[in-house]
Design a protein around this ligand. Structure first.
Ligand SMILES: O=c1[nH]cnc2c1ncn2[C@@H]1O[C@H](COP(=O)(O)OP(=O)(O)O)[C@@H](O)[C@H]1O
Ligand SMILES: [Ca+2]
Length: 499
C-alpha cells in the first residue's frame, strides 16, 4: 500500500495543480490566437472618392472614382464609379458666353452630390483639366480662355467638395497620364512584364506615349517616372490640331484652297472623296476656317455645297497632305519634324480611335482587310448609310469614313505602324469598367496614390495568416494531448509493474 501511494505521488499528472496549469496554458493559447485573429481582421471597407472633369474640345465628362481607403497605394484599386456627360459642347465653345461654361456643369455636379455619400463630400477632391480645345482658344484669345476657366472654377467651388483647381493641362501631361491610366488599370506597374503604349485621339489633338527601345533624341518628348520602385523612361508627343475634328477642317480647307481658285462661280461645289456618294450639304466657309489650326491656308468665304464622292484612296491622298514629312532634324521622325522612336510593344488606342473603329467594326482584322472594308464602307451611298443607322447622329455618321481614313493614315504614315505590328494595337474603351483616358492618371498623380517605392506588403495574406495561426494552435493542442496520453500510459504501466 505504501509503495502504491508513493507512485501516485510521483506521477505529476495526477496533481490538480498541474492539470489546472495545463488548462490555463491551453486556454491562454486559444485566447491569444482569437485576439490576434480579431486584431488583424480587415476593418469593414471604407471608401474614398475623387472627381475629375475632362473638359475636352468637343464635350465635358465628369468622372467619379472610388477606392477602399486602406488600400489606396495598391495598383488597380481605384475604379470608376460613375460618369456623367455634360450637355452641349465643350467649354471652349463658350468664349462669347463664359458664364454659360460654368452653368453647363451644374446637372452633372448635382449628380455627383447624389452619387458620393454626404459624409465624404468635404474630403472629396475635384479637379478640372481642359485639353486641346482650350489650348486653341488660349492661342486665339487668351482673355476669353481665362474667363471661361474662371467661370468653371467659380461653378465648381459652389459644391460641397474639396475644389483643387481648374486648368489647361499640357499635351505631355495628357499623353503621360493616359499612359499611367492604362498601365495602372492593367496592373502592369508592379510587374516585371512590359507596359502598354497609349494612343489617344481627340477632336483637337492626339497623343502617342510609350516606352521606347531607342534613345529619346529630344528633351521635349521625354518623361521619367518612378512608380512602385520601377523607373519608366517614356516617349510622349501631343500633336495640337491633329485631333479628328481639326484635321477634317484642315483637309477641307486645303481642298477649298485648291478648287475654289479655279472656279469663281458661286455657290461653289466642294467634291469630297471622304464623304459618301449622294452626301450633299450646304456649309459656310466660316464653319471650316474658324480655327487657328489653318495657318497658311488661304481663307475662303461664303457658302458652298459639300458633295461626297466616296473614294477611299483619294480620301487618303487628301489626308496625307496634312502631314509634313519633308524635313526631320533627328535620326527619325513621325511628321512635322517631330522626333519619334520606332513603335514597340502593345498599344491601347482609346477615345476617338475606339469610337470610330468600333462603330465600323474595324477593330480585329489585319491592316489589309481593314483597308478593304473601309474602302467598301466609304463608297456606300449616303442614303443607304442613313437607312442602316437611323439612330446615329447624322453629323457623326457622315464623318466616319473620313475619321477612319485619318486614323489609318495617322497610324501607318504618321506613327509608322506596319501590317506586321498592326495586331499590337488594341482598340479599347474601358479596362475593368474604367474608361481609358488621362483623367484617372491625373487624379492618381495629384493625390499621390502611386508611390515611388513599392509599399511594404505583409509577410502573408490575411487568409493565409488566419489559417496558419489556427493550424499552429491546433498542432500545439494535439502535442499537449499526446504528451498527456503518453505520461498517463507510462504511469499506469508503472503502477501495473509495481502491482
Ligand atoms: O460616339 C462617338 N462617335 C464618334 N466620335 C465620337 C463619339 N463620342 C465622342 N466622339 C469624338 O471623340 C472626340 C473626343 O475629343 P475630345 O472632346 O476629348 O477632344 P480633345 O481631347 O482633343 O480635347 C471628338 O472628336 C468627338 O466628336
Ligand atoms: Ca480628349
Amino acid at each position: 500500500m505504501d509503495e502504491q501511494r508513493e507512485v501516485k505521488v510521483q506521477n505529476p499528472w495526477h496533481r490538480p495543480v498541474v492539470i489546472f496549469l495545463a488548462g490555463v496554458i491551453t486556454g491562454g493559447i486559444i485566447i491569444m490566437v482569437a485576439i490576434s485573429v480579431i486584431q488583424y481582421k480587415p476593418l469593414p471597407q471604407k471608401y474614398k472618392y475623387g472627381i475629375v472633369l475632362d473638359a475636352g474640345s468637343s464635350h465635358t465628362s465628369v468622372f467619379i472614382y472610388e477606392w477602399p481607403a486602406e488600400k489606396e497605394n495598391n495598383t488597380g484599386m481605384v475604379r470608376q464609379k460613375h460618369t456623367c456627360n455634360v450637355e452641349g459642347k465643350g467649354i471652349s465653345s463658350y468664349s462669347n458666353n463664359p458664364v454659360g461654361a460654368g452653368r453647363s456643369l451644374q446637372k452633372c455636379m448635382e449628380e455627383a452630390k447624389k452619387t458620393i455619400p454626404a459624409h465624404r463630400h468635404h474630403e472629396t477632391p475635384v479637379y478640372l483639366g481642359a485639353t486641346a480645345g482650350m489650348r486653341l482658344l488660349k492661342m486665339e484669345n487668351e482673355d476669353a480662355s481665362e474667363k471661361v476657366l474662371e467661370s468653371v472654377a467659380h461653378s465648381l467651388k459652389s459644391y460641397p467638395f474639396s475644389y483643387q483647381g481648374a486648368r489647361i493641362i499640357t499635351g505631355q501631361e495628357e499623353g503621360a497620364f493616359g499612359w499611367i491610366t492604362v498601365n495602372y488599370l492593367s496592373k502592369n506597374l508592379r510587374k516585371p512584364t512590359g507596359t502598354l503604349g497609349a494612343l489617344d485621339l481627340g477632336g483637337a489633338s492626339t497623343q502617342i506615349t510609350f516606352v521606347p527601345q531607342q534613345e529619346i533624341e529630344s528633351q521635349d518628348n521625354s518623361i521619367d517616372f518612378r512608380l512602385y520602385g520601377n523607373n519608366y523612361h517614356l516617349y510622349t508627343h501631343s500633336f495640337l490640331c491633329y485631333g479628328k475634328d481639326q484635321v477634317l477642317k484642315i483637309s477641307m480647307g486645303k481642298k477649298m484652297e485648291s478648287t475654289f481658285k479655279a472656279d469663281e462661280t458661286h455657290p461653289i461645289e466642294l467634291k469630297d472623296p471622304c464623304f459618301h456618294p449622294g452626301y450633299n450639304l450646304t456649309k459656310t466657309a466660316g464653319s471650316v476656317f474658324d480655327t487657328p489650326c489653318m495657318e497658311g491656308v488661304k481663307m475662303a468665304n461664303g457658302s458652298f455645297f459639300h458633295v461626297g464622292t466616296g473614294n477611299w484612296s483619294q480620301c487618303q491622298q487628301s489626308i496625307r497632305k496634312v502631314f509634313n514629312t519633308s524635313y526631320c532634324p533627328y535620326s527619325r521622325c513621325s511628321f512635322n519634324g517631330i522626333f519619334q522612336p520606332s513603335v514597340d510593344g502593345n498599344f491601347g488606342a482609346f477615345s476617338a480611335f475606339f469610337f470610330v473603329m468600333d462603330f465600323l467594326n474595324l477593330t480585329s482584322d489585319s491592316l489589309d482587310i481593314t483597308k478593304q472594308n473601309l474602302s467598301t464602307y466609304c463608297s456606300t451611298p449616303w442614303k443607304k448609310i442613313v437607312q442602316n443607322h437611323p439612330k446615329t447622329k447624322e453629323k457623326y455618321l457622315s464623318e466616319y469614313c473620313f475619321s477612319a481614313t485619318y486614323i489609318l493614315t495617322l497610324l501607318e504614315d504618321g506613327y509608322k505602324f506596319t501590317s506586321k505590328n498592326w495586331k499590337d494595337i488594341k482598340f479599347i474603351k474601358k479596362i475593368e469598367d474604367s474608361d481609358a483616358g488621362w483623367t484617372l492618371g491625373y487624379m492618381l498623380n495629384l493625390t499621390n496614390m502611386i508611390p515611388a517605392e513599392a509599399p511594404d506588403t505583409p509577410l502573408m495574406p490575411y487568409g493565409g495568416y488566419v489559417a496558419f495561426m489556427l493550424l499552429f494552435s491546433l498542432l500545439i493542442l494535439v502535442l499537449l494531448l499526446m504528451v498527456y496520453l503518453y505520461f498517463r500510459r507510462s504511469s499506469r504501466t508503472a503502477q501495473k509493474d509495481i502491482i
